[in-house]
Design a protein around this ligand. Structure first.
Ligand SMILES: [Zn+2]
Length: 454
């Protein structure tokens, strides 16, 4: 679930540009969704907007007051009463520097935080039992999450800067509302993305950022994912061309291995005998390491390093030689390795097929050129094979016939035509000339099915 909406920055910009904050918020929301899709992030099941949930937020606050954990002030603010939960406040206090909320002096405790704020002039406002105002920063997440997931969350995520006070306060108010001992079972706090050499996280105000669109001009979504996987999610991560090239070359290594292993499996790459037992062992070890790394707080760098190690051992066994007649071959173990690597990458949202598929799309134009050249070459060979012997002996009366030694060429031409048909390349021979067309194989199959059923 993702919660989006107007925030203080949007309100400020809407004043500067005299655009409604709702319109601005929708623009950012759309941009965000597009950016996430371009990074191949699976969309959440629900997007919910705070402005469409204000009555629910007001009701949520009322219940917290009834439960004895919040109070309204004469000025029309509502604060959470930290003292009412005692020792239970402060789970994430040590996680980052504590900052107490600036604000009115009518708080009972300096740590008390706002659930509802009376509106200042020019600010958007909603009606409430405490007068016109707007929700506090933290309450929206508790209310909306509770309306979708009920009284308990399994995993709650967010950037490390949100641990305190935001998540701390979400926990306090959610447990006060639900009267439960543990609202969320796990918090995943991710580290920040830094531009290399910059101590601060990427942020618009500091101008030390790169947009996702600019990034995707130089790198792919797969490369971005690999870059993220090479660092633990909790740690800060440095973005630079250097770190991106490490990610890129890791993917290239996997991709080259995949290619070689496939060629070996097809018998196109001749290799010296493979130590198959050793590879089966490495594969089992890798599987165990990946599971234990991921079970250890999502240690993705260790999981990726195990996969790279497997690729290394696979590559060591693929030693090309020129002649391997009669050599024992071990395609099964490479099949098992490839399918495992694909499974792991797929789990991380990286698809090795992407590039290939994209290439097929890209070169559908040049495919026609290749077929044209191929057909021309085949036509010449056929014409040569179809040439007739002329018996020069006068009055022999025998009919012209094919040169017997050229008949295998003719057969090879027929085989090529038959083999290309299922690949969607249709060659038709008309005398010594040939025509061709590229069709979609799926379309052929469909047409055939229809023919058969009609
Ligand atoms: Zn939140």
């Amino acid at each position: 679930m993702v919660i989006t909406d107007i925030d203080d920055k949007i309100i400020k910009r809407s004043w500067e540009e005299s655009v409604s904050p709702t319109v601005l918020a929708r623009m950012y929301e759309e941009e965000f969704q597009k950016d996430m899709l371009s990074l191949k992030v699976i969309p959440p099941a629900v997007y919910l907007r705070v402005t469409e949930n204000v009555p629910q937020i007001v009701a949520f606050i009322e219940r917290i007051i009834q439960n004895g954990h919040a109070y309204a002030t004469k000025q029309g603010d509502v604060y959470f009463d930290i003292q009412s939960i005692g020792e239970r406040y402060g789970k994430f206090l040590g996680a980052v520097d504590a900052q107490s909320e600036p604000g009115s002096s009518d708080k009972r405790d300096s740590r008390d935080f706002a659930l509802w704020k009376r509106s200042k002039p020019q600010e958007p406002f909603w009606e409430s039992p405490w007068g016109r105002g707007r929700p506090g920063w933290h309450i929206e997440c508790s209310t909306i999450a509770s309306s979708v997931f009920g009284s308990q969350l399994d995993i709650h995520s967010g950037g490390i800067d949100l641990a305190f006070p935001h998540h701390e306060n979400e926990i306090a108010q959610s447990e006060a509302y639900h009267q439960c001992g543990q609202w969320a079972n796990y918090f995943l706090h991710s580290g920040h993305l830094h531009l290399k050499g910059s101590a601060e996280k990427m942020s618009k105000s500091l101008k030390n950022y790169i947009t996702i669109k600019d990034f995707l001009q130089s790198y792919s979504a797969n490369e971005f994912r690999m870059f993220c996987l090479l660092t633990k999610y909790r740690s800060a991560i440095d973005y630079s061309d250097g770190s991106m090239s490490v990610a890129r070359s890791s993917l290239a290594t996997i991709s080259t291995f995949t290619h070689d292993a496939q060629n070996y499996m097809k018998g196109q790459l001749q290799c010296s005998a493979v130590q198959e037992g050793l590879l089966w062992e490495r594969l089992a070890e890798t599987k165990a390491t990946v599971v234990s790394a991921l079970a250890d707080d999502f240690d993705t760098p260790r999981a990726i390093s195990a996969v790279m190690n497997l690729v290394y051992h696979g590559n060591c066994q693929l030693q090309p030689i020129t002649k391997s007649d009669g050599m024992a071959r071990s395609p099964a173990v490479f099949g098992a390795i490839l399918s495992y690597i694909r499974e792991v990458l797929d789990m991380f949202g990286i698809s090795l097929l992407d590039k290939k598929e994209a290439n097929v799309e890209d070169c559908s134009g040049s495919l026609e050129g290749v077929v044209e050249q191929l057909t021309r070459f085949r036509s010449e060979v056929r014409a040569f094979a179809l040439a007739h012997q002329h018996n020069t002996a006068p009055g022999s009366g025998s009919k012209p016939r094919l040169y017997p030694e050229r008949i295998p060429l003719l057969k090879a031409c027929d085989t090529l035509r038959n083999d290309l048909a299922p690949l969607g390349v249709l060659i038709k021979d008309r005398g010594t000339n040939s025509t061709w067309e590229v069709t979609r194989r799926q379309q052929n199959v469909l047409d055939k099915d229809q023919e058969e059923s009609s």
